[in-house]
Design a protein around this ligand. Structure first.
Ligand code: AMP
Length: 187
C-alpha cells in the first residue's frame, strides 16, 4: 500500500522551496484549497509510473477532483476499491488540531493531550523542536472547516452513491479507528 497525502506533497515542495511550493504556499497558510487543476497535475506527474495500491489521504477534496480521478483511473484501467469517510465532530476536530504538533525535522506527528513527546516540544525520534502547523492555528482552522463544508462535504453524496462507501467513527481512539480501517481494507 502506497500512502499518498496531497498535503504532505505540498508541504514537502514548500520546504524544498520549489516553484510548485511557492505557487501553493499561500493557499496552505490561508487554509484554502489548492486549485483542482494544479492538484490533479501534481498527482498525475508524481504517480505516472506508480502501480502499487494507492491510499489517498486528503484527496479528492472537491467533486471536480473526484471526477478528474475517475477519468484518470479509467484511462489507467484502475478503479476505486473503497472510500473511507472518517467522521469526527467539529469541536473534536478543533480540539485535536489545536493539540497537534509536527516535528520540524522528521515530520513525526504528536498530540500534546493524547500522544505527547517524552520531553516537552522535542521529538522523541530525532530531538528536533516540535512546531504547530501554520494552518493548525485557530483562525485558519475555522477557515478550513468552512472550506470543508462548502467544497468537500458535497463529495459524500458523490461517493455514497458508489456502493463502496464506508463511514467510520473517527471519534474513537486512534487504535480503534486504525483497526476498523485495516479490517475494511482486508475485505
Ligand atoms: P492536509 O495535510 O490534507 O490537511 O492539507 C493541508 C492543506 O493542503 C489544505 O488545507 C490545502 O490548502 C492543501 N491541500 C491538500 N490536499 C488538497 C487537495 N486534495 N485539494 C486542494 N488542496 C489541498
Amino acid at each position: 500500500m502506497f500512502h499518498v497525502s496531497t498535503g504532505d506533497i505540498f508541504r514537502e515542495e514548500i520546504g524544498k522551496k520549489t516553484q510548485l511550493g511557492q505557487e501553493v504556499a499561500g493557499y496552505l497558510s490561508a487554509g484554502r484549497l489548492v486549485p483542482d487543476k494544479l492538484v490533479l497535475a501534481v498527482l498525475k506527474s508524481r504517480l505516472a509510473v506508480e502501480t502499487r495500491g494507492l491510499l489517498f489521504d486528503g484527496f479528492p477534496r472537491t467533486v471536480d477532483q473526484a471526477e478528474g480521478l475517475d477519468s484518470w483511473f479509467a484511462v489507467r484501467g484502475q478503479s476505486i476499491d473503497a472510500v473511507l469517510f472518517i467522521n469526527v465532530a467539529e469541536e473534536e476536530v478543533v480540539r485535536r488540531l489545536g493539540a497537534r504538533r509536527t516535528c520540524s525535522g522528521c515530520g513525526r506527528i504528536y498530540n500534546v493531550l493524547t500522544n505527547p513527546p517524552a520531553k516537552e516540544n522535542v521529538c522523541d525520534a530525532c530531538a528536533k523542536p516540535l512546531t504547530l502547523r501554520d494552518d493548525d492555528k485557530p483562525e485558519v482552522v475555522t477557515r478550513r472547516i468552512q472550506v470543508y463544508k462548502d467544497q468537500t462535504e458535497p463529495l459524500l453524496a458523490y461517493y455514497r452513491a458508489s456502493g463502496n462507501f464506508h463511514k467510520i467513527d473517527g471519534g474513537l481512539a486512534p487504535e480503534a479507528v486504525a483497526a476498523k480501517v485495516a479490517d475494511l481494507l482486508k475485505r
